[in-house]
Design a protein around this ligand. Structure first.
Ligand code: G3P
Length: 218
């Protein structure tokens, strides 16, 4: 499973990159707004720090606007991916951009039908939002399982980015379901590598180590 970070925070990206855990980055307008910097400037800097794909989202709602923005964004770096919302206009934009060799990430996917449409239009990635599906009383992980099965059934090359991950359970279940990618918010990361029994075990080992005789030989 590939790990993307769902952040535009440069310090966070640099810190986690040191652990070898960053295969790519996803952003959205909300994430970009938190950084208080110009959009292209942030994306270019992130693209220079990370080897893998970096998603940057369009704001336009018509196909013409999306395609125009996407062509501009695609020039910012060779590893940039254009995030397009899951609408009829978005599907048309994805179809056009795919023919031009521009990689796309279709976002705000909440059903198997939407994911299938995006894959059919040529999306490089689709982003189903598991946390927001759970928020409306449905099962986000079941959506990932069903999307994986559907894309496998027809050998689509489109990769599933599990997005809106809120819990360790989301990540683990998405991995078990075979999601290609998980995009993880920085706030969740420490919980992924921590366990209270690990801390307790280290403490116990340090206490016991004090009982080991120290050599008196010079
Ligand atoms: O980047 C898209 C997605 O991960 C957003 O998550 O927590 O705002 O639902 P969230």
């Amino acid at each position: 499973m590939k790990f993307f970070l769902d952040t535009a925070n440069i310090e966070e990206i640099k810190r986690i990159n040191k652990l070898g855990l960053v295969d790519g980055i996803t952003t959205n307008p909300t994430i970009i707004a938190k950084e208080n910097r110009e959009f292209s400037e942030i994306i270019k800097e992130i693209c220079s720090l990370v080897d893998g794909p970096v998603s940057a989202e369009v704001i336009g709602l018509t196909t013409v606007e999306m395609v125009e923005e996407a062509r501009e964004i695609a020039q910012w770096a060779s590893n940039v991916v254009v995030k397009i919302p899951m609408t009829e206009a978005g599907l048309e934009a994805v179809h056009i951009l795919t023919k031009e060799g521009i990689k796309t990430n279709v976002t705000l996917v909440f059903s198997v039908a939407q994911g299938l449409m995006a894959a059919k239009a040529g999306a490089t990635y689709i982003s189903p939002f598991v946390g927001r599906v759970d928020d409306i009383g449905e099962d986000g992980i079941e959506l990932i399982q069903n999307l994986k099965q559907t894309l496998n059934n027809y050998q689509f090359e489109t990769e599933i980015i599990t997005a809106s991950i809120r819990t360790i359970n989301h990540l683990e279940k998405a991995a078990i379901a075979g999601a290609d990618i998980a995009t993880i918010p920085g706030s969740l990361l420490p919980k992924l590598w921590s366990h209270p029994l690990t801390d307790k075990g280290i403490e116990q080992f340090l206490q016991d180590w004090k009982k080991v005789p120290v050599s008196t030989k010079a």
